[in-house]
Design a protein around this ligand. Structure first.
Ligand code: ADP
Ligand code: MG
Length: 388
């Protein structure tokens, strides 16, 4: 597998698969530009090498024609241009005459960003179905393909896997390399004690991770809505808290199999999202658990403080509402004071760490939710494998 530093990029035309799948609000403002910032290292390195640069990315899911209005990469081109302090040429399509024209006029140090690759899904799943013709088309636009989109490496699409197959020369960019190097700290013989903190909403998405980590980790602390599935599996009343019924059996089996799973001992509860909340040791009928309570924070703190490695996925509560962000913030605060290996993976958890201001205190905040989880499940990522 070639690394970007191992390739002669001088004066070459490169096509880089970046991950500009950034969250946008209703007015199409970028809520969090971390993924754009994280792509700058590879882009700047290519500029230093006098390359001409074509950028490819998807943004969100594109299912019908009207999605084109809300999923355009135009806003990303503007932000990228600001961050680089340099023009970025935005092309309103990902394949076709406009692309051919822009590419034939490209000069060294020019940057072109093509429109959302998934717009081509409307022409018959060309991008996500890894269409051969489309893959060849993109591969032929440049001399070298650079994969720097870690967040999509668990998918085999035309813009990462297809293009790699047909590119004469290819390598991994700095962002992907940084992700792989850091995630190794938890997948390959993590320093012990190794504590995993899990939260968020859906247990079923994370079954693979739990199964794989249960042997490697010393403790698994479970908060967030995920905890209620486990508490219910133990026979506790969880009121109207979110529960993943399909995963109840799995939770029961896990609790039987291991005593490494540590569950909350108190909760911030409310009758609904608009009513007052209270801290309770036990949830009653009609109540919803929306965050971990102070005793649970103390309990989790003891485990975290005694760890050498921590991996965290999933917020501890319904953090979108400020009343229920304390648990998640407390975990950030605890980790930020320690000198341990701390890795965060997961879309929501990563944006919590960043938006709450703790990014610099973590060893690594992954830009890839699904991709980092699949690595932790012990799976090979197709977007990486194809680069061999
Ligand atoms: P990640 O993206 O980090 O992998 P998930 O997507 O699995 O995390 O979960 C994040 C979601 O879980 C958030 O929308 C958050 O509000 C929700 N959540 C966490 N705890 C609770 C809770 N107690 N009740 C309801 N929703 C919760
Ligand atoms: Mg999420």
């Amino acid at each position: 597998m070639k690394r970007i530093e191992d390739i002669d990029l001088k004066n070459k035309r490169v096509i880089i698969r970046v991950d500009y799948n950034v969250p946008l609000d209703d007015k199409l403002n970028i809520i969090d530009d971390n993924r754009i910032r994280e792509s700058l290292k590879t882009i700047n390195y290519c500029l230093d090498n006098n390359c001409s640069i074509i950028l490819l990315s998807h943004l969100g899911k594109v299912k019908e024609e009207k999605d084109k209005q809300t999923k355009s990469l135009k806003v990303v081109a503007e932000r990228l241009s600001k961050l680089l302090n340099k023009d970025v040429i935005f092309v309103k399509e990902a394949r076709g005459k406009l692309v051919d024209e822009a590419v034939s006029n490209i000069k060294n140090k020019d940057i072109i960003l093509l429109e959302n690759t998934r717009f081509l899904d409307l022409e018959g799943k060309l991008e996500s179905g890894c269409d051969e013709e489309l893959s060849k088309y993109w591969a032929n636009l440049a001399d070298i393909f650079i994969n720097d989109a870690f967040g999509t490496c668990h998918r085999a699409h035309a813009s990462n896997v297809g293009i790699a197959k047909y590119s004469k020369e290819k390598c991994l960019g700095f962002l992907v390399l940084k992700e792989l190097d850091n995630l190794k700290l938890v997948t390959d013989n993590p320093k012990k004690p190794f504590t995993v903190i899990l939260g968020g909403a859906k247990v079923s998405d994370k079954i693979g991770v739990i199964e794989n980590l249960i042997t490697k980790a010393d403790s698994i602390l479970i908060g967030g809505a995920m905890a209620y599935t486990f508490l219910k599996a133990q026979g506790n009343e969880i009121g109207d808290s979110l529960v993943d019924m399909d995963s109840l059996e799995f939770a029961k089996n896990m609790l039987k199999k291991t005593n490494k799973i540590i569950l909350p001992i108190d909760h911030v509860v409310a009758n609904d999202l608009n009513s007052n909340n209270a801290i309770k040791n036990k949830i009653e009928k009609g109540e919803i658990g929306l965050d971990i309570g102070p005793k649970t924070i103390e309990l989790f703190k003891n485990y975290i403080e005694n760890s050498k490695t921590v991996f965290w996925n999933g917020p501890m509560g319904y953090y979108e509402n400020k009343n229920y962000e304390k648990g998640t913030k407390a975990i950030c605060e605890i980790i930020s004071r320690l000198n341990i290996i701390s890795i965060v993976g997961g879309g929501d958890s990563a944006s919590c760490v960043i938006n709450m201001g703790y990014k610099d205190r973590f060893t690594h905040v992954s830009t890839g939710g699904g991709a980092s989880l699949e690595l932790l499940e012990g799976k090979e990522l197709p977007g990486i494998e194809v680069m061999n």
